[in-house]
Write a protein that binds this ligand. Structure first.
Ligand SMILES: Cc1cc2nc3c(=O)[nH]c(=O)nc-3n(C[C@H](O)[C@H](O)[C@H](O)COP(=O)(O)O)c2cc1C
Length: 279
């Protein structure tokens, strides 16, 4: 999956053609498989597949992307309990969907803001939310002008430097890039985040890797949930997939002994149990 994480990119411009039957089936199988899985906080998500006519103009339930996405032939959407940990779990599980689509060379893009959220109200049980959806389809050869404008505006190709995101022992000491764990943190760094804000911060202490959220001040305050919790779920997903690929032994824990940091929300830790030489 490391190669897939490196390959993934947001796709907002699609070829004008429906999914082939075998691809559609494969997408539905992925959805079914991940609907049974749980995130690090124990929530599962309910996932749904939509294609025409929901993607067209004919019916009332329109997914609608306000013109940000061109020619989407189908969508995947899902819902989860609307609390912070539920949203982290959605980020974690939905990124697995995105990566599986990427593996199949299908295009996708996380849409947390620019879609018609009300269209999904009929799905929801009490206290649930649809945090994000993705179109699914065959990427067009060239990006639309609107997509190019978006990518430039949010600097979609750029990421913050390693040393401003990842630390050792405390939040003041940047982690050495030669540290054994750096390879997996790089998978966090290249991940997608809402408006490319990259709010993940990590402190490595001994064999533990602690994840934090540095909330972007004033960002997305009118959303019905904390959209940056999705970014943390994605980060946890990428980090873990790197460990799994290299057959590392680890446990995901809520560690009451994590370093305290002002202005940051502690999320969760990886205890890399067997890797005694992490330092
Ligand atoms: C939680 C989340 C929500 C997002 N919401 C939107 C959105 O509403 N509209 C959009 O065009 N892109 C959205 N994006 C895509 C990001 O802008 C994109 O991932 C980021 O700019 C980095 O570019 P890349 O994905 O091509 O690496 C979202 C991404 C994430 C992770």
């Amino acid at each position: 999956m490391i190669k897939t994480i490196e390959k993934r990119v947001s796709v907002r411009t699609y070829q004008k053609k429906p999914l082939l039957k075998n691809d559609e089936k494969a997408v539905k199988d992925i959805i079914e498989e991940l609907t049974d899985k749980k995130g690090p906080f124990g929530h599962s998500v309910r996932l749904f597949f939509y294609d025409s006519p929901y993607t067209g103009d004919e019916v009332q339930i329109q997914i609608g992307t306000y013109g940000f996405v061109k020619n989407p032939p189908a969508f995947v959407a899902g819902c989860v309990k609307n609390d912070f940990e539920g949203i982290v779990d959605y980020g974690y599980l939905f990124e697995k969907v995105i990566l599986r689509l990427t593996q199949m060379n299908l295009g996708s893009v996380w849409l947390g803001g620019t879609f018609n959220r009300e269209a999904f109200d009929y799905l929801l049980a009490e206290g649930e939310v649809v945090p994000a959806v993705t179109p699914v389809g065959y990427p067009a050869e060239n990006r639309s002008i609107k997509e190019k404008v978006i990518r430039t505006a949010i600097k979609g190709d750029r990421r913050l430097p390693f040393e401003t995101l990842f630390f050792e022992n405390d939040i003041k000491t940047p982690l050495n890039k030669a540290h054994q764990i750096a390879k997996y943190l790089e998978l966090v760094r290249i991940g997608p985040s809402a408006s490319n804000k990259q709010p993940w911060r990590v402190i490595v202490k001994g064999n533990k890797v602690h994840f934090y959220l540095e909330k972007t001040k004033g960002y997305a305050e009118n959303m019905p949930f904390d959209i940056q919790a999705l970014d943390l779920g994605i980060a946890i997903c990428h980090f873990e997939l790197g460990l799994i690929e290299d057959q590392k032994t680890y446990a995901i824990v809520v560690d009451s002994d994590h370093p305290q940091v002002d202005q940051m929300k502690y999320i969760i830790s990886f205890d890399c149990i067997k890797d005694h030489d992490l330092n």
